[in-house]
Design a protein around this ligand. Structure first.
Ligand code: ADP
Ligand code: MG
Length: 698
């Protein structure tokens, strides 16, 4: 399907009930009142919802929709939807199409079928979905999609959206307070913005279908390295292959129709790896859009004979995939609070917000780390590939210098013989690109926003974003507490900045995060380095971490405990599926192929010998293959034993720990023997598509 440029303008947002449509289709007063609701200044009444629902239904039906669904984001990290048609029988026995305000704002899916981490057992199976009216409804597959939050009967969050919305409120509350304390009374709302860059792999479907590991686990559990990997450095930003370009075109078209502003696309570092980035949006909308993006990538890939892999590490030995969450804060007066700006006044605001982020990230580094802890990301963070599991901040040369001056406090004052005034002498106007890039930093300042690069490619953006919102909100609140009471706000702010800069210097690191030296240096600085997903998840329940969530009314202890339980269970299940798949492939595909090959070799040995020739190399090859078959058999036996042992453990924490410490390495041993065999066995007999085929043939 071809789309011309003018068509592009015509299709953008065509399936979204956006602001312009609302203005057009709603009575003026309803539209106005709804705007107040969206800004958080008024409650959504049922009367209002009824009018809006009716307008939505009319629009949806004009576009051919027959159903509506509450679209929500349970703790699976995926989205969920239950469809209902607009059909409604009347008492007179007729059928009309109806959609009420009640149906728009509230749904009742059965909460017991989603991960609840014990909340379900303690409370009730009943759960509710509630319309997140700040994210627009849209049409897909003849269905009106209503973005929703999902909670239990008692109002506990069972999803990723609820804490995200709560954290946005917390950030708004504290940022507005702080701005007021700094003398800015014009701002009445601050929102977090997010632009997630999405990395993914595309492989040909015919290979995917022959790899049970990709089908069931999303990553290869076997595979010797390809003779050619990414060492030529020729894929990154390389020319787009025609088939890929056609795929990307269709992805963009689909996303544009849904109002997702897909903007940047290019080849990534690894062969068969690509990236897509949208224009940033308000954090909850960007999160919804990222879910739609992941889904669209997968769907369109199917139509083009590809499979899109969103796993963090589908192939050993080649780069994995991340999601770079670009994050900032913007006021309703249009000011990006992390933009260094041109005027001294803005500089002061900028410095306070920048330092608040630095303090939050240092103080709650473990929480940020935990927000990206999943079984897939474990293969990236701190494993064979960077970024490491150590959270640090890249500020760039210029800002680091300023930060150091702040920490030193008195120095510039004495040199200039006057008082150090924030923003006047301290910070020159900062052009957007005055800092270099640092691709190795897990949390990098990139001119007017931070880029959180540890996020895994398959993850929902919500988790990392609500942690960031919450911890920054908390520190903004701390600063506001002090400044609100102060008589000389500027002097007090300066004192605070000095304190923050000297206390949190340790988190600033502009060097190579991938180097072994940094690991040592970070340890010297006392920065946590938590490579294990299981250990990282456990830190969520440390007292200061629970306190920061409770203080900001984002998650209660009970909700956090439930989440930890879900994360642990997810870790265990994921690795156990991988282990079972490893056994399946090793026993039923690889071993039989190797045994057949050994038989073929043995036959060759005897037929060669039957004509009186002795071939020691043939015999050696046979011995080598048989030796590896023994090794493979032994490793399979060990893995089976470990799985039996660990499945008997009842505590989820203990089970998760032992899964990581015992099952993962046992899987590694099976793979090691199998991959060695792959290098020896007749290619015609090898049962799995190879790394070279999957990564280079399209
Ligand atoms: P990179 O050079 O890091 O690969 P990209 O252009 O691929 O940059 O992606 C940068 C992302 O950052 C885009 O999604 C962009 O919209 C987003 N972004 C830019 N400004 C902001 C901001 N103020 N807040 C959040 N995200 C932003
Ligand atoms: Mg990028």
């Amino acid at each position: 399907m071809e789309t011309s440029n003018c068509q592009l303008l015509e299709i953008f947002g065509i399936n979204v009930f956006n602001d312009a449509l609302m203005r057009e289709r709603l009575p003026k007063d309803v539209y106005k009142r709804f705007q107040e609701v969206r800004k958080g200044n008024a409650e959504l009444t049922l009367v209002l919802a009824d009018v809006i629902a009716n307008a939505m239904k009319d629009w949806a039906m004009e576009k051919g929709a027959t159903h509506y669904c509450h679209w929500f984001q349970p703790m699976t990290g995926l989205t969920a939807e239950k469809h209902d048609s607009f059909i409604s029988p009347t008492p007179e026995g007729r059928t009309i199409m109806e959609f009420s305000g009640k149906e728009l704002i509230k749904g009742e899916p059965d909460a017991s079928s989603f991960p609840s981490g014990g909340l379900r057992a303690t409370f009730e199976a009943r759960g509710y979905t509630a319309w997140d009216c700040s994210s627009s409804v849209f049409i897909k597959n003849r269905t009106l999609y209503i973005p929703c939050a999902f909670c239990s009967y008692n109002g506990q969050a069972l999803d990723k959206k609820t804490p995200l919305l709560r954290s946005m409120e917390a950030l708004n509350r504290q940022a507005v307070r702080l701005l007021k304390a700094l003398g800015n009374t014009a701002v009445s709302r601050v929102t977090a913005t997010l632009g997630p860059e999405q990395e993914y792999f595309l492989i040909d479907r015919r290979f995917f279908e022959k790899r049970l590991d990709l089908v069931l686990a999303g990553r290869t559990l076997f595979g010797a390295p390809s003779p050619r990997g990414q060492e030529m450095e020729d894929h990154y930003f390389g020319t787009l292959h025609d088939r890929i370009a056609a795929f990307m075109h269709e992805v963009n078209t689909e996303l544009w129709k849904l109002g997702v502003s897909a903007k940047t696309q290019h080849n990534e570092v690894a062969p068969a790896q690509y990236e897509l980035a949208p224009v940033f949006a308000t954090v909850n909308v960007a999160t919804d859009h990222n879910q739609l993006t992941m889904e669209t990538l997968q769907k369109v890939a199917q139509r083009h004979g590809f499979v899109c892999l969103l796993h963090e590490k589908p192939f050993v030995g080649v780069n994995g995939s991340g999601k770079h969450n670009n994050w900032s804060m913007v006021t309703d007066t249009g000011v990006n609070l992390l933009d260094p700006g041109q005027t001294p006044h803005d500089n002061m605001v900028f410095l306070v917000f920048l330092c608040a982020v630095v303090r939050a990230v240092d103080k709650y580094a473990k929480l940020l780390r935990a927000s990206v802890a999943n079984p897939g990301n474990e293969h990236r963070l701190g494993a064979n590939e960077a970024p490491p599991a150590i959270v640090s901040i890249f500020l760039g040369e210029q800002l680091t210098e300023i930060f150091e001056q702040l920490a030193a406090g008195g120095a510039p004052t004495s040199r200039q013989g006057g008082e150090l005034r924030l923003g006047t002498s301290l910070l020159p106007p900062l052009p957007k690109d005055c800092t270099d890039r640092n691709r190795t930093s897990p949390f990098a300042f990139t001119g007017n926003k931070f880029e959180f690069r540890m996020v895994g490619s398959s993850q929902s953006c919500a988790g990392p974003a609500f942690v960031l919102n919450t911890i920054v909100a908390d520190v903004l609140g701390e600063i506001a507490d002090v400044l609100e009471k102060s008589k000389d706000v500027k002097a007090e702010a300066q004192k605070l900045l000095q304190k923050i800069a000297s206390e949190h210097r340790r988190i600033v690191f502009n060097g190579d995060n991938y180097s072994a030296d940094w690991v040592k240096e970070a340890a010297r600085r006392g920065l946590p380095n938590i490579a294990s997903t299981v250990e990282s998840i456990e830190t969520i329940l440390e007292p200061e971490n629970v306190a920061v969530f409770e203080r900001n009314r984002v998650l209660s202890r009970v909700e956090l405990e439930a989440r930890v339980e879900i994360l642990m269970e997810n870790y265990i299940r994921t690795i156990h599926i991988e282990a079972a798949t490893t056994l399946h492939i090793a026993k039923r595909q690889i071993l039989p192929a190797c045994q057949m090959y050994a038989g073929k070799l043995a036959a060759s040995v005897s037929s060669v010998e039957s004509v009186g020739v002795k071939s020691s190399s043939l015999v050696k090859q046979l011995e080598k293959v048989c030796g590896l078959i023994d090794e493979l058999n032994g490793a399979i036996g060990k893995l089976e034993e470990k799985m039996k042992e660990v499945s008997g453990v009842s505590s989820s924490h203990e089970k998760a720990r032992r899964t990581r410490e015992e099952i993962l390495p046992a899987m590694g041993s099976v793979r090691k023997a199998a991959d060695a065999l792959e290098m020896l066995v007749d290619a015609q007999m090898w049962p799995l598509p190879t790394y070279a085929e999957m990564l280079f043939l399209r």
